[in-house]
Structure formats: structure tokens, C-alpha cells
Design a protein around this ligand. Structure first.
Ligand SMILES: [Fe+2]
Length: 445
């Protein structure tokens, strides 16, 4: 259930006391944010409208989930129920609200499929998959029904960037490519690992919920500070395997190592783990143990000779954690989606991916790799999210700090495009996304 503990337990001076048009900016300081942003239903309700698709882009789906003409997929834009559809020509994409124009019931109750039209199960109104109302049962009962005004509400802008589909209610938003900005080369790297960039999201997803605010997941996705402590069991397992380096580099004062976090603008950030690896085959060589690993490697090396290192690396994650604000996380080989459900409830979905032009065995092993972190690492993170939400219930302790790295001059450098690169434990990812959060909420610094 939604907590109703927001505005009433924050100090009065914190609410509505800032510049005209600014509602929440007093809750965000350079180095800290107020607990109310994680506990107040009024903040949450506004986020669903403005942060999740009202002002700028929000991730909806991957094109491979809409494989043919008239394919549809049920998703959410914030809490808005939305159907993403591939048009009858098999190319263009659009989205409509899954909400009957008559009495509001959802017209589509399936997660995915093929449909030229949707008939509302409540009173039988029928809509083309483009949204037009085409059928109303017993129409004589209406004196003057203008069908052209009773279609499904459409999402005005839907755009795909190399298979990643985003939507916004803001007709004037920049293109997705412009908005991705400095995050684009990182997403390109991830896509281009696949031969010809052919990435597919598979039907099965790893879906889990936690009792905490959605931003706790975003706070964590760019956080290189916590793995040494939160994921100790994984690190210990990797170190027990002798020469396996996977994630063990987080355990040795990572600030002094070659891993970096990049603040990319528009709320996006990335952790780059690649510098701790060296050369072809090293992603694979340093992976934690996996079922069937040895026989898989033997077969790939026997059959593919000089190409084996490349193929083995493709069975392992991309070694970047890319966070695209507000709801898309590209981690390992997975596409992870953050779905806010209530101020203190969130659903996280990990979509496994396969790639084209590789032997089937590579994709099979890729799936085994993708079971790994969601099974053995994500539970650590989700426990932290829930325990943070529990801690946030104490109203007298008001602030969450994000000041690590702030003012540590020898950590940070800025390149010509404005990207800031800094030590991997810097909390710059939080400070940057809160800038974008404020912008979307209608507030500028
Ligand atoms: Fe983690």
C-alpha cells in the first residue's frame, strides 16, 4: 500500500517555500536529498506524470518484442497502462493508452500478441490498433456519438533508437538520439558487440518486486561504492576460484583502480569495468564459475579456433553498467527496466538477450551468464533497497547523502563534451540524475 506519510512529517519550511513554480527544490541540496522524495505519495504522483514520460523520454520496450506487423506489447509509462504496437506495414511503431474511451477499463488484457483491433471486454467497444473507435454495440442508444472523438488516447511521440523504443507525452521533446546524447556511444558499444547489432529480447524475463521507492534502484545502478560490502559473498566466491577476477576488483580500494564512473548528462551515467580486463578472451577468462563452462569452452575452441576468444566473450556481459534515466538499466547482457508501482513499491524486470550470427551454444551459455547476477547479486541489492526504505520511515532523520567525491578535485576531470569522469565510488551519478529529475519536475537550478 502507498504510504501517506509525506508532506505532514516533513518540516514545514521544506514544503513550498522556494522560488515561484518550484515545489520540491528545497528537498534537493548539492550534497544531499530529503527523505520525503522517497516517502511522500505527492512526490510519487507527480513523478509518474512528469518524470515518467510527461516531460521527456521513458523506455517502453525493445523492438524485438514486436516481431511482426500488428504485434503489440502491454507496458507502463509510469502507471499509465500503454500498448506499444507495430503498425500493419510492419515497420512503424506507435503507442496508445490501454484505457477504453467509454468507461476507462483496459481494452487489452494480454501481455503481448498480434491484434489488428482491441475490443473492450466491459461493453464491447472496438478500437483499431491505431486507436480509432470503429464499433459501439447497439449504437441506437446514443443520440449523437462522434466516434472520431472517442478513440484511444495516443502517446504523441514514440521513437526507437537502434531497437530501444521510448515514448513521451511531450510533443516538443528533442529526438531520442539527441536526448541520449553522451550516453549514445555507450549504448552503441553495447549493441555493436552483437554481430550486425542484432540483439533480441527473449520472451522469458526475470521479474521481481521490492518494497521500496523506485529511485533506490536508480541510486544503486551507478554505485561503485557498495559492491565490496553488499556483494561480499560473490566477491569471495570469485576470489576462491583463483584467477577469476570477476567483480573482485571492487574489493581492492576501487578508487585507486582503472574503473571509472562517467556522468553523461540528462541524468544518464555509466560504470566502465572494461579497463580491468585485458584483450580478447579476458571477459570470459575472468568470469565466475558457471554450469557447463568447461565443456562449452572446449567445444568452442575446438570448432572455432582463432575466433574462439571473441565468441567466448560474447557469452559474458559487456562489462558496463549503463543507466538511462529514469527507467532503463543496461547491465551485463541484460536490459533491466524499473517500474514504479507505489511510493514504496517497485518492480524490476531483467530481460535476457540473445544475439544473431553466433553458434547456438554461445546464446545458450549467454543465458547461463544472465542467470548469474540476478540470482546471486540482485537479492543483495533488493535487500538494501527494502532496508533503506525501512530506515527512511524515521521522520527525524531527514537526509540521504550523495556527497562522496564532491570537491575531491583530483578525482574528477571533464572532457570537451561535458562528460565528467571520476573514481568509481563517486556518488556523482546521483547528483547528476537529481539535476535531471528537477528539470523534469519543472524546476531548474
Ligand atoms: Fe549491487
Amino acid at each position: 500500500m502507498t504510504q501517506q506519510d509525506g508532506a505532514c512529517d516533513a518540516p514545514e519550511a521544506l514544503v513550498g517555500a522556494s522560488a515561484p513554480g518550484s515545489r520540491w527544490s528545497d528537498l534537493i541540496e548539492t550534497d544531499r536529498v530529503h527523505r520525503q522524495l522517497y516517502t511522500d505519495s505527492a512526490v510519487f504522483d507527480e513523478e509518474l506524470v512528469k518524470v515518467f514520460g510527461g516531460e521527456s523520454w521513458v523506455y517502453l520496450a525493445h523492438e524485438s518484442q514486436l516481431p511482426e506487423a500488428n504485434s503489440f506489447l502491454s507496458v507502463r509509462m509510469g502507471l499509465r497502462p500503454v500498448i506499444v504496437i507495430r503498425d500493419k506495414n510492419g515497420e512503424d511503431l506507435h503507442a496508445v493508452f490501454n484505457r477504453c474511451a467509454h468507461r476507462a477499463a483496459t481494452v487489452c488484457r494480454e501481455e503481448s500478441g498480434i491484434a489488428k483491433s482491441f475490443q473492450c471486454p466491459y461493453h464491447g467497444w472496438t478500437f483499431r490498433n491505431t486507436g480509432e473507435l470503429v464499433g459501439v454495440p447497439w449504437a441506437r442508444g446514443y443520440d449523437d456519438l462522434d466516434k472520431s472523438k472517442m478513440g484511444l488516447t495516443t502517446v504523441p511521440r514514440v521513437e526507437s533508437y537502434r531497437g530501444f523504443i521510448f515514448g513521451t507525452m511531450n510533443q516538443d521533446a528533442p529526438s531520442v538520439a539527441d536526448w541520449l546524447g553522451n550516453a549514445k556511444p555507450w549504448l552503441d558499444y553495447w549493441i555493436d558487440r552483437a554481430p550486425r547489432g542484432a540483439v533480441s529480447v527473449n520472451a522469458a524475463a526475470y521479474r521481481m518486486g521490492y518494497r521500496g521507492n523506485w529511485k533506490l534502484a536508480f541510486d544503486n545502478a551507478g554505485d561503485g561504492y557498495h559492491p565490496s560490502f553488499s556483494h561480499r559473498s560473490l566477491l569471495e566466491m570469485a576470489s576462491r576460484m583463483g584467477d577469476s577476477k570477476d567483480m573482485s576488483y571492487f574489493g581492492k580500494t576501487p578508487d585507486d583502480g582503472p574503473m571509472k564512473v562517467y556522468s553523461l548528462g540528462n541524468g544518464h551515467s555509466v560504470i566502465d569495468q572494461r579497463p580491468v580486463y585485458d584483450g580478447p578472451g579476458s571477459f570470459w577468462n575472468n568470469q565466475r564459475p558457471q554450469p557447463g563452462r568447461e565443456s562449452f569452452e572446449e567445444a568452442i575452441r575446438a570448432e572455432h579456433g582463432d575466433d574462439a576468444d571473441r565468441l567466448l566473450d560474447l557469452a559474458i556481459g559487456a562489462q558496463i553498467n549503463l543507466s538511462i534515466f529514469p527507467n532503463l538499466l543496461v547491465i551485463g547482457n541484460q536490459i533491466q527496466v524499473i517500474e514504479p508501482m507505489a511510493v514504496d513499491r517497485t518492480q524490476l524486470t531483467w530481460h535476457a538477450t540473445t544475439i544473431g550470427d553466433v553458434p547456438d551454444a554461445v546464446n545458450t551459455m549467454r543465458m547461463r551468464s544472465q542467470e548469474d547476477f540476478p540470482s546471486f547479486g540482485e537479492p543483495d541489492d533488493q535487500a538494501n533497497f527494502e532496508e533503506a526504505q525501512r530506515g527512511l520511515a524515521a521522520p527525524e532523520a531527514e537526509w540521504i547523502y550523495m556527497n562522496r567525491g564532491l570537491g575531491v578535485a583530483d578525482w574528477q576531470s571533464t572532457d570537451e563534451s561535458g562528460v565528467v569522469v571520476t573514481a568509481v565510488t563517486d556518488e556523482i551519478h546521483m547528483r547528476s540524475y537529481y539535476d535531471e529529475w528537477q528539470r523534469r519536475m519543472g524546476e531548474t537550478n
